[in-house]
Design a binder for this molecule. Sequence first.
Ligand SMILES: Cc1cc2nc3c(=O)[nH]c(=O)nc-3n(C[C@H](O)[C@H](O)[C@H](O)COP(=O)(O)O)c2cc1C
Length: 282
Amino acid sequence: MELHADPRRILPVTDPDGRELVLSCGAALFTLRTAIHALGFHPATTLLPSRADPDLLAVVRPLAERTPDPKIARLARAIPRRRTNRRPFRPTTIPRSTLTTLRHATELEHAWMPSLDAEQCRHLRDLTARARRDQLADPAFVAELGRWTQLGAGTRDGVPSYATVGAPADESWILQEFGGPAEGTRPAPLVVVIGSLTDDRLDRLQAGQALQRVLLTATAAGLAASFISPPIMVPSARAELRRLLGCGVWPQVLLRLGYGSPLPWIPRRPLEDVLLETLVSA
Ligand SMILES: Cc1cc2nc3c(=O)[nH]c(=O)nc-3n(C[C@H](O)[C@H](O)[C@H](O)COP(=O)(O)O)c2cc1C
């Protein structure tokens, strides 16, 4: 199976160099690998197999049958249950052992999850507020956001408006929540960064796979997640976040994790939109 990026789906204002496009494809690739594995095959994967065709991101060959690893089977069962939960989370502390499991999931996919102390969380909160203000001051960003998120109930693409019900548009609740445990009596949701050693296409693809491994691991552990995007999407904020992390790692994704309330079904694109052709060789 070949995985191709579709450059027509880049968001030109938010994602001018297609970084998020590659991350998203990496997430899809991890889903594919997990599904193949859970069916009892080894998903032999070659990343970026063609210099001539940089949009061919991976080739996956289901190889010799093998007994599925129960841990992977657990992740596979989480695939249809995983969805982005943008609502406030319950004030329940996430066990430290779960953070360790999430970090391990990241590292299995050759990406990194640097630790954030309370001081870094406070800095991150201010950085998020500033970056969000910058984004909202840009009419092109606001127009693009509207095109992808204010979609009617019948949509099979983008983020339907009901998926953001209960999540205030200004993200102020996120900013209040993630000051770190020292900020108040309410336990803060967990905020994690997924980073890579370089910012090239291969590392972005791997960070995308790490993202999906983290999201499925979190789902299997009963956790919900949503994206905190401003400090990653605004270039000056991303550079500041990189300095804040201080370990040379390129931040690729910032997630908030916690125990959330159930969400309605989220639409998926029709299969014929994403599966281009089927070639079966003997
Ligand atoms: C790389 C990447 C970046 C994303 N950034 C955001 C974001 O900034 N804000 C947001 O609300 N959702 C973000 N999402 C979540 C997508 O909107 C979401 O995955 C998509 O709408 C499908 O919904 P689901 O996650 O519930 O299946 C991002 C997803 C990916 C893979």
